[in-house]
Design a protein around this ligand. Structure first.
Ligand code: ZN
Length: 338
């Protein structure tokens, strides 16, 4: 069995990438600060060093492949304009491609989109196509709130997003619904904004006919689906009150959940509530929570261990969670080396 972690970010990119971004932001006020891409000409050795810790965690935790995307908080679509977002997305996606080229057995690329608040998502189609067709990426991260916590754009189920969905369907790649940094001081980014984003996306899907319009569109809701599995009864009941179809019929051919839940009981709840066919193994390493749980002496984000410990799962269930479901959702069998 190949253990596929469907949610990893390049949080360990070489430092000059941060400097590039700082200068890009400074250039919004002073164009003389505009950074040149020659700042980002890293040697293969520098690139290898940057993912050494990621590879070490893969080996130690027994995962084989990470579906790898740019740092999520770093996307910060609320900063600057669409042109800035495009330049920033291109440089981040190109670095993901470098990592995937150096370690084709360990990393598979997923792209950041050049979203910008108030700008129609059609502007993301070019970069999505470049990443899938030219760089061999297998999906994208889709920010449901490019404003960074103010939710100024239409819901994910609005026709506003449809041209992008048409392209996702045409390319046959999924989107992980993933917010970025919070610009709203009410919402801590990984503690509140991320989980809000996941829960909000789930409820938007529940109240719409999006998947009637796009029966083959696939969305992954990360961080265990936010609050959805824990409040499954509420969502089932709301759907029933609204005369919507049952959740399995309404959503579960199109919506998937990852296992980025950082304690055993939380993962057990996810595994028992959500059908196994809709659960994709992930850890979001190295990322949101980096410490060691003093009650277990293991890293919080070592999520494989919680699934290994769920002794009621059959071998077939485990194969689906660790490998089969990601292969299906990301269509990995079309990549020759995997
Ligand atoms: Zn993430």
């Amino acid at each position: 069995m190949t253990v596929i972690d469907c949610h990893g970010h390049y949080t360990t990119a070489p430092k000059p990438l941060d400097e590039y971004r700082k200068r890009q932001i400074a250039a919004l006020k002073d164009p003389a600060q505009t950074p040149g891409r020659d700042m980002l000409k890293f040697s293969d050795d520098e690139m290898r060093a940057s993912v050494a810790s990621q590879l070490k965690f893969q080996r130690e935790r027994g995962t084989d492949v990470t579906i790898f995307s740019p740092r999520a908080a770093g996307m910060s679509h609320h900063i600057g304009n669409a042109a800035v977002s495009l330049d920033w997305s291109q440089v981040c996606n190109d670095l993901i491609h470098r990592v995937c080229t150096l370690y084709p057995d360990n990393f598979i690329g997923v792209c950041q989109l050049p979203q910008s608040p108030g700008v129609r998502p059609d502007n993301c189609i070019g970069e999505l196509e470049r990443c899938v067709k030219d760089l061999g990426f297998v999906g994208c991260n889709l920010n449901p709130d490019p404003s960074g916590g103010y939710w100024t754009d239409p819901p994910l189920t609005d026709r506003w997003w449809y041209p992008l969905y048409e392209k996702l369907v045409e390319l046959d790649v999924p989107a992980m619904v993933h917010v970025s940094a919070s610009a709203n001081p009410n919402f801590h980014h990984t503690g509140a904004h991320y989980i809000n984003g996941d829960t909000t996306a789930f409820m938007q899907f529940l109240t719409s006919d999006l998947f009637k319009d796009f029966p083959t569109l696939r969305m992954i809701i990360p961080h265990g689906g936010g609050a959805a599995p824990y409040h499954w009864g509420r969502y089932r009941g709301l759907a029933q009150d609204m005369k919507r179809p049952p959740l399995d019929e309404l959503l579960l051919n199109n919506v998937y959940f990852d296992t980025c839940v950082y304690h055993k009981l939380g993962i057990e709840l996810l595994l028992k509530i959500v059908p196994i066919d809709n659960i994709l193994f992930a850890s979001e390493m190295v990322g949101a929570v980096r410490g060691i749980d003093p009650t277990t002496s293991h890293y919080y984000d070592d999520t494989k261990r919680y699934i290994d410990a769920a002794d009621w799962l059959s071998d077939n269930d485990r194969r689906k969670i660790f490998e089969g479901n990601s292969r299906k959702v990301y269509r990995l069998d079309r990549i020759s080396n995997q």
